[in-house]
Write a protein that binds this ligand. Structure first.
Ligand SMILES: NC(=O)c1ccc[n+]([C@@H]2O[C@H](COP(=O)([O-])OP(=O)(O)OC[C@H]3O[C@@H](n4cnc5c(N)ncnc54)[C@H](O)[C@@H]3O)[C@@H](O)[C@H]2O)c1
Length: 353
C-alpha cells in the first residue's frame, strides 16, 4: 500500500538524522528518495537506518522519478530557497530546517511560491516545542506579571563546529539567532517593529564572519526586546535556549533556559509605602507534551497537513522571525535603526530561476 506521505529527504548530513528517526516512527510516511550533493552521505543514511531509498543529485529529479509529495529540506542554508521553490512548484509540501532562506527577497519568494501552489511550507523551530518555554509563555498569557515592557535574552556559548558555519559571513545572527528571535516572538506573542543592531567578531574568534551581536527591537506590543549574544564565548556558557528576563508591570519572569521558569511579583498583601516592595515567587507550572523539540515541531507540521491548517511555524509566520534576523544584519551594515515592515516590503520577491 502507498504511504500517505511520500517523502524526499534533501540533505543527508548531521541534522537529517533527527528528521529520519522521526519519520521512521510514523506509519503514514515512506522515505522514497535521498538527495545530496555527495552520494556517500545518502548511502550512509540508507545503511544507518536500513533503508533502500534511491539516491538523486537534484530535488527536481527525485520528485519526478519517485512521485514524492513532501520534501524534508535539511540542506545547508544557502540551498533552502532553491530546494523550497523547486519542490513547491512541483506540487510538494515542504518542511524545512531553519533558516527559511538567506535573504528577504528569498523568504518573500518562498511565501509567494507556497501561496501560488496552495502547498504548505513550514520551518523547523524546535525550540518552541519545549515544555519549559511553553510554561514561561503561559505565565505571560495568564497575566502573572502584567503588561510587558522589556524582554531580554542573553546567549553566550563557544561551540567549535567546523564546516559551513566557520566560513559564513554572520554565523551567529543567520544560523543561530533565528532560534532566539523566534523564541522571543513565541514567548511575547508580539511581532517586530524596528531593530538596531551592532555585530562584530571579537578577538580570539575562530569564525571568519561576525560571531557576536547586540540587537534592540521595538515590538508590536510597545515592549523592547534586547538580545546580546556570542558564539565564540569561552567559559560561563548560557543555555542554548538563552537566558531570559521579562519585565512586567507587576513583576519579573525568569527562565535560565535550563530549569523551569518562575516569576517574582509584587506581594499584594505586603505592607504599602515601602521603598522596595515585597515580592512573592510564582513557579511556572509543568506542561505535558507528546513530543518535544525536533519531534514536537515535526508532529505539529504533520498535524497541520492532516487538519488542513497553517502550521505554527508556517513560512508566512516564520518570515517575521527571519525579518528580525535580516533586518538586524541590514541595521549593522547601514549603522542605523531599520523599520522592519518597510524593510520586508522594499526588499521585494525573488522569482525562482
Ligand atoms: N534546528 C536546529 O537546532 C539545527 C541544528 C543544526 C543544524 N540545523 C540546520 O540544519 C541544516 C543542515 O545542517 P547540518 O548540520 O545537517 O549540515 P551538514 O553540513 O551536516 O549537512 C548538510 C547536507 O546537505 C547537503 N547539501 C548541501 N547543499 C545541497 C543541495 N543543494 N542539494 C542537496 N544536498 C545538499 C550536504 O552535502 C550535506 O550532506 C542547516 O540549515 C542548519 O542551519 C538546525
Amino acid at each position: 500500500m502507498t504511504a500517505k506521505y511520500r517523502v524526499a529527504v534533501a540533505g543527508c548530513g548531521a541534522m537529517a538524522n533527527e528528521w529520519v528517526r522521526y519519520a521512521l516512527k510514523r506509519d503514514d510516511v515512506e522515505i522514497v528518495a535521498l538527495v545530496d550533493l555527495r552520494r556517500e552521505s545518502a548511502e550512509a543514511m540508507n545503511a544507518r537506518y536500513g533503508l533502500s531509498a534511491p539516491f538523486f543529485h537534484s530535488i527536481e529529479d527525485a520528485i519526478s522519478a519517485t512521485g514524492a509529495d513532501l520534501v524534508f529540506d535539511v540542506t545547508v542554508p544557502e540551498s533552502h530557497y532553491g530546494i523550497a521553490t523547486a519542490a513547491l512548484n512541483r506540487g510538494c509540501h515542504v518542511f524545512s530546517e531553519k533558516p527559511l532562506a538567506e535573504t528577504m527577497p528569498q523568504c518573500n519568494g518562498i511565501v509567494a511560491a507556497a501561496e501560488r501552489s496552495g502547498k504548505t511550507h513550514a520551518v523547523m523551530q524546535n525550540r518552541r516545542y519545549d515544555p519549559r518555554i511553553r510554561s514561561l509563555r503561559r505565565m505571560l498569557t495568564d497575566d502573572v506579571i502584567g503588561r510587558t515592557g522589556y524582554i531580554g535574552a542573553s546567549f553566550f556559548l563557544g561551540p567549535h563546529f567546523g564546516g559551513f558555519r566557520d566560513i559564513m559571513k554572520s554565523p551567529l545572527l543567520l544560523d543561530m539567532a533565528i532560534h532566539t528571535f523566534d523564541q522571543a516572538r513565541f514567548i511575547s506573542g508580539a511581532d517586530p517593529v524596528s531593530v538596531y543592531c551592532q555585530e562584530w567578531n571579537p578577538p580570539g574568534s575562530w569564525y571568519a564572519g561576525n560571531a557576536s551581536a547586540i540587537c534592540i527591537f521595538e515590538m508590536s506590543d510597545g515592549s523592547v526586546f534586547a538580545y546580546q549574544g556570542s558564539w565564540c564565548a569561552e567559559g560561563a556558557p548560557t543555555s542554548w535556549e538563552a537566558s531570559w528576563r521579562i519585565q512586567g508591570e507587576r513583576g519579573t519572569a525568569i527562565w535560565d533556559g535550563i530549569g523551569m521558569p518562575y516569576a517574582e511579583i509584587v506581594d499584594a498583601d505586603g505592607p504599602e509605602g515601602k521603598f522596595v516592595r515585597e515580592h512573592q515567587r510564582v513557579d511556572g507550572g509543568e506542561i505535558s507534551m507528546n513530543e518535544t523539540f525536533h519531534a514536537g515541531c515535526l508532529e505539529e507540521m504533520f498535524a497541520s497537513l492532516a487538519e488542513g491548517r497553517a502550521a505554527e511555524t508556517d513560512c508566512r509566520d516564520n518570515r517575521l522571525s527571519m525579518a528580525m534576523v535580516l533586518g538586524a544584519l541590514e541595521s549593522a551594515r547601514r549603522g542605523c535603526k531599520i523599520d522592519i515592515g518597510e524593510y520586508m516590503q522594499q526588499e521585494g520577491v525573488l522569482q525562482p530561476s
